[in-house]
Ligand binder design. Structure first.
Ligand code: C2E
Ligand code: MG
Length: 357
């Protein structure tokens, strides 16, 4: 079967002339066999389909034969999907909060809410897995609403307990943004939980901008008008188009760790970060660099003029934001802090403090 599939791919490789246009097709092929491993016709189609998705995921224009690993991944995914609804009801899905800091005055400026699912059988499932399962199954609207509500309730709680109005940033799937009534759902959640709009920030990736640009712009513009802040997450890792940036009401860009890694390897990575920061500033956007793991990376990013910073070096995601606020609100002078052990850094992450309200 691989030979037949290879001949099919080969036949599809040359460009097609259609209505005067030259079109190129990329195909991904999945193979499964009857009677082994597929026991019946339905099974055969399911297996071939998942092998085809594996071919797509591994770079497209490929042939993949169904195997046990693909089967296990498929089974896990369908279990995740079928358990997701009950998991919300049983409160198995919760949020952890990762702090973000201002580069110049070192204030704690917000917490990013990151979803966690402790599955009774599968253990901790990474959010990338269950968020994509929710997106594919259509459950993302319900899950997104559940997580937004949880984040708003938690934020009201830490604001009341500590007296510091630290905002919360919630990740939003691009599919949620396209759902009818999204703006109303956000406003209703704010009203019911009592969180001020100014304390809510929504983060979304560039995939939001793919298709339905006008609709997304309208949704974002009305959220912004109500005082909700907006961040473009993972800027530069997807289908970045600089053209849309000035047309959308974002407040900040978040730059992914992959830029840092590239900057660690060669000079072009550094140039790229500098360029993104400079463009963002010209468009009145602030820049958060995330994924900072060492004091060296922190110093480097600060020297390039990033506005805010986030990463394991400064604080891991955790379930108890109040203790993070308490830790950073201590009025210790920077010069007297003995925070972290790396003597090469002048930066004192343990001395970062909380923005006054
Ligand atoms: P993200 O929004 O880019 O979140 C940052 C991810 O990087 C988090 O992974 C965080 O734990 C991790 N991270 C933070 N600091 C460091 C660091 O210094 N080094 C490294 N290597 N990683 C760091 P996590 O929690 O596994 O989340 C992964 C992704 O899942 C998120 O990426 C976001 O896209 C999605 N996600 C998480 N929670 C939610 C949610 O509530 N709703 C939606 N729609 N998506 C979510
Ligand atoms: Mg994020």
């Amino acid at each position: 079967p691989e030979q037949v599939a290879a001949a099919l791919l080969q036949a599809l490789t040359p460009p097609f002339q259609i209505s005067g246009h030259e079109l190129t097709i990329r195909a991904s092929i999945g193979i499964s066999l009857f009677p082994d491993p597929a026991a019946d016709y339905t099974n055969l189609l399911q297996q071939a389909d998942s092998a085809m998705y594996a071919a797509k995921q591994s770079g497209r224009h490929r042939i993949v034969r169904y195997n046990r690993q693909i089967g296990q991944a498929l089974q896990e995914k369908s279990q995740i999907t079928s358990d997701l609804k009950g998991a919300m009801a049983r409160r198995e899905i919760s949020l952890h909060y990762q702090p973000e800091f201002d580069r110049a005055n070192q204030h704690l400026v917000r917490f990013e809410a990151l979803a966690r699912w402790n599955h009774p059988l599968l253990g901790n499932i990474p959010p990338t897995k269950f968020i994509s399962a929710a997106e594919e199954s259509g459950l993302i609207t319900e899950l997104g609403k559940y997580l937004l509500e949880l984040a708003c309730v938690d934020a009201v709680n830490w604001q009341q307990k500590t007296g510091h109005s630290i905002p919360v940033a919630v990740n939003i799937s691009f599919l949620q943004l396209r759902t009818d009534g999204f703006v109303e759902m956000v406003l209703d959640t704010l009203k019911r939980t009592g969180l001020p709009a100014a304390s809510l920030e929504l983060e979304m990736t560039e995939s939001v901008m793919l298709g339905e640009f006008e609709h997304c712009r309208e949704v974002l513009t009305s959220l912004r008008a109500f005082g909700v802040k907006l961040a473009l997450d993972d800027f530069g890792t997807g289908y970045s188009s600089l053209c849309y940036l000035p047309e959308l009401p974002f407040d900040r860009l978040k730059i992914d760790r992959s830029f840092l890694q590239k900057a660690n390897q060669d000079r072009s990575g550094e140039t790229l970060i500098e360029a993104v920061i400079s463009i963002a500033h010209r468009l009145n956007l602030s820049v958060v660099v995330k994924g900072i793991e060492t004091s060296r990376e922190l110093e480097f990013i600060c020297s390039l003029g990033a506005d805010q910073v986030q990463g394991y070096f400064l604080g891991r995601p955790g379930p108890d934001p109040c203790s993070v606020i308490a830790k950073h609100s201590s009025a210790v002078q920077p010069s007297t802090r003995t925070g972290h052990k790396d003597k090469t850094s002048q930066y004192q992450p343990h001395g970062l403090h909380v923005a006054k309200t």
